[in-house]
Design a protein around this ligand. Structure first.
Ligand SMILES: Cc1ncc(COP(=O)(O)O)c(C=O)c1O
Length: 393
């Protein structure tokens, strides 16, 4: 096994020095040593990819659809994406304004790379999915954390105005609506109000709407409807169609910036695998029912979780979307959600993710994922109840 020549250490990209591998994965690995663990940790649908979507990929392989596609993605797929965005979310894009990527993850990377210069600041309302900040740091930018824990875990116009005043050079804002890890989603009015504040500032918004199909109590309303000239809209099929392993996502925005995103995509990966694009075309064309079915399943589980937590007298954030629930930890732990998570795994065998993994403002909470069967959820909540009883003694 070759060891790195020590003289080469000086050549490392120093921006990576302060960046750690995913805390979520690390915590999950740490607690997974307990073999009897019920894991409600990862944001991974437990459902299977719908059959007709799988068949489309198989058909593509059998038809020898195995060559480089257009770098931004096959034109018929980009057209299907624009049709979906128009009919489902009232968003109007041309196929030229869409780039198909390897998961929403790569859309996020490409979008940030198209915007962020070294030293640039990007506002991130937290708690939030833990991917944006490390990418900003890798690109030499800085994340400006806006704590939303006192405003129902939502960015309010006042919070945003304040952050913009304090950081006048900010180049972008990240919005993740519906939100991972809290499960909160913005109403149309809230989106409109935020849009009005953003429109007054020359900033981009990275609008990650990957959970848009999984909104329970009101329909999702896209920020791209309000300020399309400032939004880089990100979506994918990982969550709505249980397609995490396929690695399919897409990004849309005004044509000039999309030329740059397209270039980054081309230099990074050339294009997404043909058979994945075939599957995505089927999902985007004939798969709306699949998303509705998934949403009904998650909504039933959300009700199960919230009813049970109410019975237990546990404080939590009511998830209006996604498949996550953000639960307040017992007062005896103060804000130490990390220790709470470790003890929960060790003493009763329940795996959750500490809230601090999603930013400092997540401290004092844990996230459970209800992308798990009702039996598993019930057994997991039984264990949480047992742990709380133990603490009470
Ligand atoms: C908010 C959010 N955006 C993006 C992603 C990544 O999605 P993909 O699997 O399409 O890369 C996730 C995955 O957990 C997520 O929660």
């Amino acid at each position: 096994m070759p060891r790195t020549n020590p003289q080469l250490l000086r050549t490392y990209n120093h921006r990576l020095n302060g960046i750690a591998p995913s805390g979520i994965r690390h915590f999950d690995d740490t607690i997974s040593k307990n073999e009897d663990l019920i894991k409600l940790t990862l944001g991974e649908p437990d459902l299977d990819t719908p059959e007709h979507i799988k068949q489309a990929a198989i058909q593509g392989i059998n038809d020898n659809d195995s060559h480089y596609s257009a770098q931004a993605g096959k034109v018929e797929l980009r057209q299907a994406i624009t049709n979906y965005l128009s009919t489902r979310w009232n968003l109007e894009y041309d196929a030229e304004e869409v780039v198909v990527t390897n998961g929403a993850t790569q859309s996020i990377y490409s979008a940030l790379q198209a915007i962020v210069n070294p030293g640039d600041e990007v506002i991130i309302p937290t708690p939030i999915f833990s991917l944006y900040e490390p990418i900003i740091e890798i690109l030499g930018g800085h994340a400006v954390d806006v704590d939303t824990s006192n405003t129902g875990f939502k960015l309010t116009p006042a919070l945003l105005e304040d952050a913009l005043k304090q950081h006048p050079g900010v180049v972008a804002l990240v919005i993740n609506d519906p939100n991972n890890p809290t499960g909160v989603s913005y109403t149309a009015d809230e989106v409109k109000q935020l849009g009005q504040v953003i429109a007054k500032s020359p900033i981009w918004v990275l609008s990650d709407e990957i959970y848009g199909e999984l909104t329970f109590d009101h329909d999702h309303y896209s920020l791209a409807r309000e300020i399309p000239d400032q939004v880089l809209y990100i979506n994918g099929l990982s969550k709505s169609h249980a397609m995490t392993g396929w690695r399919f996502g897409y990004i849309c925005g005004p044509s000039e910036i999309m030329q740059r995103v397209k270039m980054i995509n081309a230099y990074m990966v050339t294009c997404v695998a043909d058979n994945v694009q075939d599957a995505a075309l089927e999902a985007m064309t004939n798969g709306q029912e699949d998303a509705y079915e998934a949403k009904a399943i998650y909504q039933k589980r959300r009700d199960l979780v919230s009813n049970r937590l109410d019975e237990m007298g546990v404080e939590y954030v009511m998830p209006t979307s996604t498949f996550y629930c953000f639960i307040k930890i017992d007062d005896s732990y103060g804000k130490d959600d990390y220790q709470f998570g470790l003890d929960l795994a060790e003493k009763v065998g329940l795996g959750v993710i500490p809230g601090r993994m999603f930013g400092k403002s997540g401290e004092g909470y844990i996230r459970i994922s209800f992308a798990a069967s009702e039996e598993k959820l019930t057994a997991g909540l039984d264990r949480l109840n047992k742990f709380i009883q133990l603490l009470g003694k």
